[in-house]
Ligand binder design. Structure first.
Ligand code: BGC
Length: 735
């Protein structure tokens, strides 16, 4: 047996052996990825000129193509089959922004694990997830795909997602897929929130805000990273030697491979940094982009560029090594095929659908409740109204892989299953999501008036967020707000409780509702079991405990708005000449970390130890949380820190730890956060990663605005770090 085929040999040896046998064309072939399957691609696969395919799905298709590579090509190198498995494969989970609202890394890990199990069974061994782009701008539709605005929360979730997809350690396993941290880097900082737009941010913001989740993914062992579309401070991310080579592969020691985003290498020409395809290919490969997603420029130009000495063959070898390593690590040479029997058994199985329900419940955020919720199950009549009330498509959200809307449970169905047999459930659509037609209002009003409670389901359809779905307005699309007003006006005097369920892929500016509606739930796009999860929350079978991973603005004019902002020299105050607006409040509608419960939590007895922290030490922040209400419920305890005086301006607060816990009525638990001192590090004036000596404030609370306990500590000495891939997290214990 050739050494590269021998699974008992170390991966490095197998890679070297295989590399020695490859022609230049075959090597470059490993760096080429194409979408779908055509006759042309078939010919290329047989010649060993393709390394990966995306968007080829279905057990039979995958196996047929794979067989061409394994049996039909000279060296039999299997293809890496990729797909955007973002929040589920066929069992669709809540969108990532919703999963971040659970503030429970285990939720993200488990969803990724199930998605990987289903995808791998059908032969997909690589997902283009997690997306870990920080998003401070809800106009950007791709905010739906990530974990929100905070670098710390996103880093924890990035780590969890990678472990879920790849397993604790990345090694051959039939239920695992290679993950891909995308879109590296700062894609979420697009000017004006317009997708694909220019990004121009400081090196400090880049390193402190946009890079940390990628660094966490790398530390978790992510197999691949995707280079983004955007221009970053003048250099497009897919031709950026600094971010890819210096930082990612250098400082952080990333050993996997980099794939470009879709045709991002071709777009180097459009950006205006390459005159033609050959120059674009040269720029990308030299910058460290190992695999070309669909532009075909590597295949067309790299052979000549190498032969003419413009690109050293060592550069190609290095990229091929990285790609082959991932293929060996996945065990593809031993197990290249999908297993139809296993796929039939586990894809969309009962267990997975139940996990989807459990997860969906944890992602719901109770934004407001003046006592309307929970509803009683024995009401005479309940009205379920709104364009998304009986919609099967919206719950699946953007990027639903092979999700099928027919599997989704609507809110109307969920409510019908939940109420007592004697309860009549009335339904009216009211209007379409985004038309101007108000002719259904009358029916909606009539139905509401006849009911004892009204559930209004409004918001955005699935594809109003995700890629190429930037919005300039952030309100409820179409005439939905008018529908909400009409229904509310009709029933408010009768004291009929109205609950607004907002489905969306982003924060929406629902200031009118926030003022008038007695109760509001942020439901995001909750996946296949959306209706069941929402019914559980509406009728009190599940007490909501999600918290916002992103700030909800009052109006689009406040954007970008985020909790970890700088203080400015003139913080907002009653005086006119301070940092605010003359025509709108400067504060958000709902702050980062906000989310209510059907019970009440009290915080007490904050203790900090030690109060003088030496470099390398761990700060223990402990406190007591008590469920002071009469229902069991979940609280997310949030720990924020502020560096009071530093060499550069620091945010007013930064999340440094969090813990979701369940408490029975009257129950008290002690929560201990162990914060490693290096978590206080930031980039000083000379851009050195530093923990500065001085005073720090600690804030613990139920949201970034609802701070319940405050304390302080001192760092005794300044500590500097050399650049590395080291990542640390706060450990949270519940005693
Ligand atoms: C998106 C990526 C995605 C890729 C492949 C691109 O348009 O930006 O997020 O992974 O397509 O589908």
């Amino acid at each position: 047996m050739e050494p590269y085929r021998d699974p008992s040999k170390p991966v490095e040896e197998r890679v070297s052996d295989l590399l020695r046998r490859m022609t230049l064309e075959e090597k470059i072939g490993q760096l080429c990825q194409y979408s779908g399957f055509t006759e042309e691609i078939e010919e290329a696969v047989k010649k060993g000129l393709v390394g990966s395919l995306l968007n080829v799905t279905g057990v039979e298709n995958v196996n047929r193509v794979q067989e061409l590579a394994v049996k039909g090509s000279r060296l039999g190198i299997p293809l890496l089959m990729g797909l955007d498995v973002i929040h589920g494969y066929k069992t669709i989970f809540p969108i990532p922004l919703a999963m971040a609202s659970s503030w429970e890394p285990e939720v993200v890990r488990r969803a990724a694990e199930v998605a990987a199990r289903e995808a791998a069974a059908e032969g997909i061994r690589w997902t283009f997830a997690p997306m870990v782009d920080i998003a401070r701008d809800p106009r950007w539709g791709r905010i739906a795909e990530g974990f929100g605005e905070d670098p710390y929360l996103s880093s924890v979730m990035a780590w969890a997602a990678v472990k879920g997809f790849q397993g604790e350690s990345f090694s051959p396993h039939p239920e695992r897929v290679a993950a891909c941290a995308k879109h590296y880097v700062a894609y979420g900082a697009a000017e004006g929130g317009r997708d694909y737009n220019t990004v121009d941010i400081s090196e400090r913001t880049l390193r402190e805000v946009y890079m940390p989740p990628f660094k966490a993914a790398v530390a978790a062992g992510v197999a691949t990273v995707m280079s983004a579309f955007n221009d970053l401070n003048g250099v497009p991310a897919s031709g950026n030697e600094y971010t890819l080579k210096t930082v990612l592969k250098g400082e952080w020691g990333f050993r996997g491979f980099v794939v470009s985003d879709w045709n991002a290498i071709g777009e180097l020409i459009v950006h205006g940094i390459a005159a033609d395809g050959a120059e674009a290919a040269k720029l990308a490969i030299s910058a460290g982009v190992d695999m070309d997603m669909v532009s075909d420029l590597y295949r067309r130009h790299l052979p000549d560029l190498v032969r003419s000495g413009v690109v050293p063959v060592e550069v190609i070898d290095e990229a091929v090594r990285r790609v082959l390593t991932v293929k060996f690590q996945l065990g593809l040479f031993e197990n290249p095929y999908a297993d139809p029997e296993r796929a039939r058994e586990i894809v969309k199985c009962r267990e997975h659908l139940d996990i989807a329900l459990e997860i969906a419940r944890k992602c719901i955020v109770l934004l407001k409740n003046e006592g309307a919720l929970p509803l009683r199950k024995d009401l005479k009549r309940v009205a379920v109204i709104g364009p998304l009330a009986d919609d099967r498509d919206a719950p699946l959200g953007c990027w639903r892989a092979l999700g099928d809307p027919n599997d989704a449970v609507t809110v109307l169905e969920g409510v019908k299953k939940k109420v007592s047999p004697a309860t009549e459930v009335l339904y009216a659509k009211g209007c379409d999501v985004s038309s101007e037609d108000r002719s259904g209002f009358a029916e909606a009003v009539e139905v509401a008036e006849r009911s004892d409670a009204v559930v209004l389901v409004v918001g955005e359809p699935a594809y109003m967020s995700g890629e190429a779905a930037s919005r300039a307005y952030l309100d409820l699309p179409g005439v939905q707000e008018e529908l909400v007003k009409a229904v509310w006006d009709a029933v408010k005097d009768a004291g009929i409780p109205v609950v607004e369920v907002v489905m969306s892929g982003r924060p929406l500016t629902i200031a009118w509702s926030a003022e008038h509606a007695p109760a509001i739930l942020a439901a995001w796009h909750l996946g296949v079991r959306a209706g069941d999860a929402l019914a559980d929350v509406l009728f009190g079978d599940y007490n909501p405990g999600g918290k916002l991973p992103v700030t909800w603005p009052r109006t689009v004019g406040q954007v970008p708005i985020y909790y970890n902002h700088k203080r400015t020299g003139r913080p907002p105050a009653p005086d006119r000449f301070t940092s605010k607006y003359i025509d709108e409040d400067w504060r958000p509608l709902f702050p980062f970390g906000h989310g209510l419960s059907y019970t009440r939590f009290e915080y007490s007895n904050l203790r900090l130890e030690p109060e003088r922290l030496e470099p390398g030490e761990t700060l223990a922040v402990s406190l007591t949380v008590t469920n002071a209400g009469s229902r069991e419920g979940d609280e997310v305890v949030q720990l924020y820190v502020r560096d009071l005086v530093a060499s550069v301006t620091r945010p007013v607060k930064e999340l440094k730890g969090f813990k979701r816990l369940t408490l029975k009525p009257g129950e008290s638990r002690r929560v201990v956060f162990e914060v490693p001192s290096e978590l206080l590090a930031f980039y000083d004036r000379a851009m050195r990663l530093t923990v500065e000596a001085g005073e720090y404030e600690v804030m613990v609370g139920s949201s970034s605005q609802d701070i319940r306990l405050r304390g302080g500590f001192r760092v005794t000495r300044t500590e500097r770090f050399i650049a590395s891939g080291r990542v640390s997290f706060t450990r949270a214990l519940v005693l």
